[in-house]
Structures are given as structure tokens and as C-alpha cells.
Design a protein around this ligand. Structure first.
Ligand code: F6P
Length: 334
């Protein structure tokens, strides 16, 4: 790994591999980087400048919006709308897609994002993150609509997240492996800190919200019961459990040491097929996990092959170390 490589240098060097590249995609990612630096600053100073806590509003999913959800959404839009590389945006915080204002040029890409995932953790000073997914826009359409975003995860040209933790870390894939960049706050730049991340195929660590266990379906219950039985059970090994309740933090831990993360389908609220959102949580995280050698499924099929039906659609999520994910899938198939 080249020492001192900034994310800008990395993106420009990658762009040179594509002779037809116009620079639009590099500029788009640069816009995301700028937004994430601003969000990192706001998250960092939130207690000092009085922006912790909730707004009086709810988002389209009926969840109470935190002040920082609203601020982060604004930072993403402000950093990205003017650049001329986007045909439109979709956000967890916006009911329908965001049209690029008429005064700006429109471009070839679409971006979907969750501006501040895990924001219920903010008041407790626990890690949160921005998750994003980039798609190609349909050609020759003056105005995009929600339906244009409803492409399966396999169509993503880039997926990433920026984690606001003890360090601010940007993790990116464009379909050629996964790389991580750490923000040096003194310089104001992200530097390449991990190249071609690989997830161990085996793990003895699981992450699931066990308070929902009475609502789980039999394959998930079986898998967790077997893990909990430890050396006395059919697995013959002890497992460890983690639950941060912040998807970005869970995925980052899995990238760094393996593990399986599950927010499966359950019977708690039959109107919801899962908790996490397909378009700006499950799909980008699945692309990252698969690019790092892991696997990602609803239990019944690959997440990235789910045909989306709505911008805010929910989906069951089981992802992480390949052999454990395959095991849970086989329990669903039985
Ligand atoms: O979708 C938001 C989110 O905060 C995820 O980041 C996280 O994995 C999950 O919800 C936590 O859910 P729960 O509150 O049920 O633990």
C-alpha cells in the first residue's frame, strides 16, 4: 500500500484505468467525501452546538427525526446537487426522490443514501454513519422519478459508508474490492488505511437484536439456539454476541474481524418484511460484504437480486462471513 495516499489521489488514479471516463464519477464521489466531512464535524460537535436530540418531525417511515438526521440530509443535498453529475437523489429522510434544481446541470448518475444511520445512538455518543449507493440514471429523461431508482443491487456502480466513530472512516467499493480511508482531522483529508479488505469465511461471533427472539422464524431461532448451546450443542463451539444497534458499526466490525449480522424477517409487525431498508442500507452493505468475500441474503435469496418495489422498502438482512451465512440459508431451505 502506498503510504500517504489520499482518497482524491486514489480516485483519480482509478479513473485513469477507464479511458472513456469523463471525471463525473470521481467528482460525484468527491461530493460525497465533502458531505461526510461536514457530517463528521457536526456529529463531533453536536453536544457543544446544541444539535443533539430530536426534531418535532417524523420521517416517511414514521420514525422521529433527530436534529442531526435533518442536518446530515441537508449537507448531502448541498454537496451533491450542483455538481452536474447527478440526475437525482433519494434519501431515507425524503418521501419521494429529490429532483436536481433547474439551475444546475443534470448528469448520468443516481445516488441513494441514509444520511445518518443509527442516529438513535447519537445522544449516547455511539458510532453512526452515512450509507450510500450509486446507480446509473436512465438515459434521455429530463426528469427522473422514483421508479428510475428501483434497480436491483446488482446494478450498483458503487457502494460505501462513512463511519463516525472514534475515527471517521470511509469504506468504498466500485466492484473491484473494498478499501478503507481514515480521516486525518488535522489535514482534513481521508487517507487510504486498508486495501482490499477480506472477511474471514468462518466466525464465532453473531449480531442480532435478541429482544425480538420470540418473533423469529424457525430457521433463525434454530441457528441462534445452536450458537448459544456452545460446546454442549451441535456446533461444538462457543460463540460470542455483539449488538451495537448501528448497522454501520456492525458492518465495520465484520469487515475487520468477521462475524454474522442479522435483522431477519420476523412476526413482530406482519406489515414489515424486515427492519432495514433495501435501497440505502441492505443493497450497499451487501455489495461491500460480497466484494470483501462475504455473503448476503434475505434467507430466501441474494439481497442484491431482490427486485425493488419502493424507495423505502424493507427487507430481511443476513450477512457477513460466508460459511455462517450459507448455514443460515441452508436452514431456510430445509
Ligand atoms: O435502520 C436503522 C438502525 O439503526 C440500524 O442501523 C440498526 O442495525 C438497527 O436500526 C437497530 O435496530 P434496533 O433498534 O431494533 O436494535
Amino acid at each position: 500500500m502506498q503510504k500517504g495516499m489520499t482518497i482524491t489521489q486514489f480516485l483519480i488514479e482509478k479513473q485513469r484505468d477507464f479511458t472513456s471516463a469523463t471525471g463525473d464519477f470521481t467528482a460525484l464521489l468527491n461530493g460525497v467525501v465533502v458531505a461526510c466531512k461536514r457530517i463528521a464535524g457536526a456529529v463531533n460537535k453536536a453536544g457543544l452546538i446544541g444539535v443533539l436530540g430530536a426534531e418535532d418531525s417524523e420521517n416517511v417511515q414514521g420514525e422521529v427525526q433527530k436534529k442531526l438526521d435533518v442536518i446530515s440530509n441537508r449537507y448531502m443535498i448541498e454537496s451533491l446537487e450542483w455538481g452536474g453529475y447527478l440526475a437525482g437523489m433519494a434519501s431515507e429522510e425524503e418521501e419521494t426522490c429529490y429532483q436536481i434544481p433547474d439551475q444546475y446541470k443534470k448528469g448520468r448518475y443516481l445516488i441513494l443514501f441514509d444520511p445518518l444511520d443509527g442516529s438513535s445512538n447519537l445522544d449516547a455518543n455511539i458510532s453512526t454513519g452515512t450509507i450510500f449507493s450509486i446507480l446509473k440514471a436512465p438515459e434521455g429523461k429530463p426528469n427522473i422519478e422514483d421508479a428510475d431508482f428501483l434497480q436491483p443491487g446488482t446494478e450498483q456502480v458503487c457502494a460505501g459508508y462513512c463511519m463516525y466513530g472514534p475515527a471517521t472512516v470511509m469504506v468504498l467499493t466500485t466492484g473491484q474490492g473494498v478499501n478503507a480511508f481514515t480521516l486525518d482531522r488535522d489535514v482534513g483529508e481521508f487517507y487510504l488505511t486498508e486495501e482490499n479488505i477480506r472477511i474471514p469465511e468462518d466466525t464465532r461471533e453473531f449480531a442480532i437484536n435478541a429482544s425480538n427472539s420470540r418473533f423469529w422464524e424457525p430457521p433463525v431461532k434454530r441457528y441462534i439456539d445452536e450458537c448459544l448451546a456452545g460446546t454442549e450443542g451441535p456446533r461444538g463451539e462457543n460463540f460470542n454476541m455483539r449488538w451495537v444497534a448501528s448497522m454501520v458499526a456492525e458492518i465495520h466490525r465484520i469487515l475487520s474481524r468477521g462475524g454474522i449480522f442479522m435483522y431477519p424477517r420476523d412476526t413482530k409487525d406482519p406489515s414489515k418484511p424486515g427492519r432495514l431498508r433495501l435501497m440505502y442500507e441492505a443493497n450497499p452493505m451487501s455489495m461491500i460484504i460480497e466484494q470483501a468475500g462475504g455473503a448476503s441474503t434475505t434467507g430466501r435469496g441474494r439481497i442484491m437480486e431482490v427486485q425493488p418495489e419502493g424507495l423505502h422498502q424493507r427487507v430481511p438482512v443476513i450477512l457477513g462471513s460466508k460459511n455462517e451465512v450459507d448455514r443460515v440459508t441452508s436452514y431456510h431451505n430445509e
